[in-house]
Design a protein around this ligand. Structure first.
Ligand code: GDP
Ligand code: MG
Length: 443
């Protein structure tokens, strides 16, 4: 997602980044390009105007023009304002003081409500230790109930359903009762959608809502629909009232308009983003990280967080230390390989690396996971000394390792090269992080 926008903004900012002096004309020229980039990314026009005005005012301000590094200051301003545009801080899920917490999922047909109901339950269970109950309140399509039941089964989570004869309101009421009896503390109601916002749908949602004021009403919208998504959000917010937005399909080639406009238009935060069809592809939304990602500063924090939910804390800390001190060995690599397998498809992880957006072809890259088996075999054939100090692996040893692992010398060479490259990249990454820490948040 966001490739076009990212490329344009990065290009524009790159030109001024190193400049020691900026004239007002420079800033104006740059803002023209920023404006163009945003419009092309399908950002709401009002939002674009407001954004450009704010950035211009700050950029032309005395402090920037007179500073030693005006170019970098402008980049920082763009990043800050992008962050602000998307809500500033991360917005967390509200839980009720008294269980159960009730979360309503609303939105148009096909937006991703049912899938996201499952994904959200999964996240809340993993990260917040919640005990969710999924509720099938979309009674208009029998397939919808089936779909939620299948998702529940896949995640080993309970699903409450009453078929298609009981009204959605009654289903919701019984589900809340059921949750109390079973000590399930988070009720997530998957409601019906429509092709368009209509009166009947809104009435049904209002009736469910009137049962027990939900702690969250999440509007699920498809990021691929751009400004339409924003219009839908505005309607739902005015007619029903929503507490937050979940943007789905951000893994596709969406231009970014919805992510950048929805907060500003509705005043409601984006809480999560859907990053794929799989049930673990839902991420908390961090405005600052998204801004960094758009400006090509990578998304190491998301990556590290992803690692942390899947890898235990201790290990993650150890790993960071090893990154920093460059004492990463093939044993660690092997260990990582195992952990990475649990994190999800490698190509997705790769895309989060800084600068990955610039690697041509990566968007279509599919990492060959069977390759991983070969890699493991090669490492198993190394001696402890070789694993710790790969520089000792000479031609003779390479031959022995290839033989021992049933691979070829080329395979061994390739792995050794990859390992070296990886170490170099880690060094760069940890340098970047260190600098980031010293200078505030800018890399
Ligand atoms: P609903 O009609 O709102 O309940 O939508 P569904 O949950 O049935 O989802 C519609 C389609 O969108 C399904 O094929 C989902 O797999 C797909 N989908 C949902 N979220 C995402 C996402 O974040 N990324 C991608 N690529 N597909 C998604
Ligand atoms: Mg559905």
């Amino acid at each position: 997602a966001f490739e076009g926008l990212a490329e344009r903004l990065q290009g524009t900012l790159q030109r001024v980044k190193g400049k020691g002096k900026l004239s007002e004309a420079d800033v104006k020229e740059m803002m023209r390009e920023v404006r163009f980039a945003l419009i092309e990314a399908d950002v709401n026009l009002k939002v674009v105007k407001g954004f450009v005005k704010k950035v211009s005012e700050r950029a032309i301000g005395q402090d920037v023009m007179n500073s030693l590094t005006p170019g970098q200051q402008v980049v920082k301003i763009v990043k800050d304002e992008l962050t602000e545009l998307m809500g500033g801080e991360q917005s967390k899920v509200e839980f009720a003081a008294k269980s159960p917490t009730v979360i309503m999922m609303v939105g148009l047909q096909g937006a991703g409500k049912t899938t996201t109901t499952g994904k959200l339950a999964n996240v809340l269970r993993k990260k917040n230790n919640r005990k969710p109950l999924l509720v099938a309140a979309d009674i208009y399509r029998p397939a919808a109930i089936k779909q939620l039941e299948t998702i529940g089964k896949q995640l080993s989570l309970p699903v409450f359903s009453k078929g298609t004869d009981v009204s959605p309101v009654e289903i919701a009421r019984q589900a809340i009762e059921h949750a109390k009896e079973e000590h399930l503390d988070t009720v997530i109601i998957d409601t019906a959608g429509r092709l368009h916002v209509d009166e009947e749908l809104m009435q049904e949602l209002k009736d469910i809502r009137a049962l027990k004021e939900p702690d969250e009403v999440f509007l699920v919208v498809d990021a691929m629909t751009g400004q339409d998504a924003v219009n839908v959000a505005q309607s739902f917010n005015e007619l029903l009232g929503i507490s937050g937005v979940i943007l789905t399909k951000l893994d596709g080639d969406t231009r970014g308009g919805a992510a950048l406009s929805v907060r500003s238009v509705t005043e409601k935060p984006i809480k999560f983003v859907g990053m794929g069809e799989k049930l673990d592809a839902l991420e908390a939304f961090y405005p600052e990280r998204m801004a960094s990602r758009i400006l090509g500063m990578g998304d190491m924090l998301s990556l590290i967080e992803k690692a942390q939910t899947n890898i235990d804390e201790e290990k993650a800390k150890e790993l960071e230390e090893k990154f920093r001190t460059q004492s990463f060995t093939f044993d660690d690599f092997l260990d990582q390989l195992g952990q990475v397998k649990q994190m999800g498809p490698l190509d997705e992880i790769l895309k989060m690396m800084p600068g990955a957006g610039k690697i041509k072809g990566l968007e279509n890259a599919k990492v060959d996971e069977s390759q991983m088996g070969r890699v493991e075999a090669i490492i198993y054939s190394m001696t402890p000394q070789e694993k710790t100090n790969p520089e000792v692996i000479n031609a003779n040893r390479r031959r022995r390792i290839a033989k021992g692992s049933g691979t070829t010398i080329q395979d061994v060479n390739r792995l050794l090269k990859q390992f070296e490259d990886m170490k170099k990249m880690m060094k760069q990454m940890s340098n970047m992080n260190q600098k980031g820490k010293k200078k505030g948040k800018m890399p």
